[in-house]
Design a protein around this ligand. Structure first.
Ligand code: SF4
Length: 439
C-alpha cells in the first residue's frame, strides 16, 4: 500500500493514490470511507509501501542512476536540497556575497543576443546608502553585471523553474509545505546555513549508499560551513590551484579571469582584495617552504633558479604576516618576490613579466599558471618537483601498460611519461645545492 510517514505511523498516501488513478484525493477518501477505511488503515500500517514517481532518473553518478526512483514523499525535501545546491553553485562560482545571491530575481540572467558570455544582473547591498547616509536595505542594481559560467547559468535556470516570478530564493516558495505565491522575502541566512548542513548530510549519506564513502563531505574543524565562506574558498583555490579543476572541468585559472571580469570596480572588500590576499599568502608560503628546503639541502634547477634563491632569502621577513590588502599589495608589487608554486606543472614560476610565455589576460599582472609553457625562462624546479615528476611518470607508465588502454592512447601516455622523466633528469643534472661547497 502506498503510504507516507505521518504522526508516528504509516498512513495511506491519498494524494499519491489519487494521482496514480487519475482522480481527486477527495474521491479516494470517499472510497475508503466507513468500515472499509479502518480495514485499509490497518492494512497500510502492516504493509507500508513506497510511492515511486514515474519521473525518469537522468542524473548519474559514475555512470549509474543516483537512485532507482524518486519517492513522492521525499519530493519537498529534495527540492529544498536542489535549491541549496543552486545556492552553493552561485555563491562559489561567481564570488558573490550571500546577500547578493539571495537578492537575484527570475530573469536576472538573460540569454546573450549572440553566442557569448551570460551576464547576471543583480543587486548589491554592501556600502549602499541613501542621501541621508543611512544603509539602504533594498540595495541598488550593480553597475557591472557578473559573468556567469555554464554551471551558474544552469543553477539559475533550475531556480527559475522553482520560483518563476520574483526572487529566486523567495522564502515562501522554498518552504515546506511550499507556498505558491511569492512573498518578496528571501530565505534568511540562518535558515540557509541550516539547509546547507542538511544538504551536506544528505549528500554524504548518498555517497555512502552508492558505495563511494570517500566522496562524503568530511567534518569541518572550523564548524558549520555557513554561507559566507564560499568567496574566500574560491579565492584560495584560484590563488593556489590555478590548474585544478572545478565543475565540468573548468580550471580555476579560467575562473580568475571570469570572476575578475565581473568585478571591474576595485571597491573596498571586493573579491580582487580577497584574490590579492590569498595570492600573497600563497607566495609567502611558497617562499617560506623554499627557504626551509634550501636550508635543509634541497637542490634547485632551471633558468630562474638564482632568482628563486634570492627571493627565498627574504621569506622570514614576512612569513605569516599578511592580514590586510595593503600588506598583500606590497608583496605582490615587489618584483623580487613574485614566486608562485605551480604544482599542476611540477615547477615554480619566478615571475618576470617581460620573460613570461603564458598569456597575461589578468589586470593584476599575475602569471597564467594554468597556461604555463615548459620553455619559459621563469621556471625553477626543486628536488620535490623532480620527485613528483617521477612519481607521476610511474603512474602514466602503469596506465600505458594496462591492457584496457587502447594502443594510440597507451603510446601517448608512454611518451608523456618519458617526457616527464626527461625533465626530472635535467633537473638532477643541473641542480644547485646551497649546502655543497662551490669550486
Ligand atoms: S609560462 Fe612562465 S610566466 Fe607563465 S606561468 Fe609558466 S613559468 Fe610562469
Amino acid at each position: 500500500m502506498p503510504t507516507r510517514w505521518h504522526k508516528g505511523e504509516h498512513q495511506i498516501s491519498m494524494t499519491y493514490l489519487a494521482a496514480l488513478v487519475g482522480c481527486s484525493p477527495k474521491q479516494v477518501n470517499g472510497h475508503l470511507r466507513s468500515e472499509l477505511r479502518q480495514g485499509f488503515r490497518v492494512y497500510a500500517r502492516r504493509h507500508p509501501g513506497p510511492c515511486p514517481l514515474a519521473t525518469p532518473i537522468t542524473g548519474r553518478v559514475a555512470g549509474q542512476p543516483w537512485t532507482e526512483a524518486i519517492d513522492f514523499t521525499e519530493v519537498p525535501q529534495l527540492m529544498r536540497h536542489l535549491s541549496v545546491a543552486c545556492f552553493i553553485v552561485l555563491a562559489y562560482l561567481t564570488g558573490m556575497r550571500p546577500a547578493e545571491v539571495m537578492g537575484l530575481e527570475s530573469g536576472c540572467c538573460p540569454e546573450p543576443p549572440s553566442p557569448g558570455r551570460h551576464l547576471i544582473y543583480g543587486r548589491v547591498f554592501k556600502g549602499v546608502h541613501d542621501q541621508d547616509g543611512n544603509h539602504y536595505s533594498a540595495g541598488q542594481v550593480r553597475d557591472v553585471p557578473w559573468v556567469a559560467i555554464a554551471p551558474v547559468v544552469s543553477a539559475i535556470r533550475v531556480l527559475e523553474r522553482i520560483a518563476p516570478d520574483g526572487l529566486l530564493f523567495d522564502s515562501a516558495v522554498h518552504s515546506i509545505p511550499r507556498g505558491r505565491i511569492s512573498t518578496g522575502r528571501v530565505v534568511g541566512f540562518e535558515a540557509m546555513r541550516n539547509r546547507v548542513e542538511d544538504f551536506i548530510t544528505w549528500a554524504s549519506n548518498l555517497a555512502v549508499r552508492l558505495g563511494r564513502p570517500h566522496e562524503a563531505v568530511p567534518d569541518d574543524p572550523f564548524g558549520a560551513l555557513g554561507v559566507a565562506r564560499f568567496r574566500r574558498s574560491l579565492a584560495w583555490h584560484i590563488a593556489r590551484r590555478p590548474g585544478g579543476l572545478v565543475a565540468l572541468a573548468i580550471q580555476y585559472g579560467h575562473m580568475r579571469t571570469a570572476v575578475s571580469a565581473g568585478y571591474a570596480a576595485r571597491g573596498r572588500g571586493c573579491i580582487h582584495e580577497l584574490l590579492d590576499i590569498e595570492t600573497a599568502r600563497a607566495t609567502a608560503d611558497t617562499l617560506t617552504t623554499l627557504h626551509d628546503d634550501l636550508a635543509a639541502g634541497t637542490g634547485i634547477s632551471g633558468p630562474a633558479a638564482r632568482r628563486a634563491i634570492h627571493a627565498a632569502a627574504q621569506a622570514p621577513t614576512f612569513a605569516g604576516s599578511i592580514r590586510t590588502h595593503r600588506q598583500a599589495r606590497d608583496i605582490l608589487g615587489n618584483p623580487a618576490l613574485t614566486v608562485y608554486d605551480n604544482p599542476h606543472s611540477f615547477l615554480m614560476c619566478v615571475y618576470r613579466r617581460e620573460r613570461a610565455l603564458c598569456h597575461r589576460l589578468d589586470a593584476s599582472d599575475a602569471p597564467s599558471l594554468d597556461r604555463c609553457k615548459p620553455t619559459c625562462a621563469n621556471i625553477a624546479r626543486t628536488d620535490r618537483h623532480a620527485s613528483e615528476l617521477v612519481q607521476y611518470a610511474q603512474v602514466l607508465e602503469k596506465q600505458a601498460a594496462s591492457e584496457a588502454v587502447p594502443g594510440p592512447l597507451a603510446d601517448r601516455l608512454a611518451w608523456r611519461a618519458s617526457h616527464l622523466r626527461d625533465l626530472a633528469g635535467r633537473h638532477y643534472d643541473g641542480r644547485i645545492d646551497l649546502q655543497e661547497p662551490t669550486s
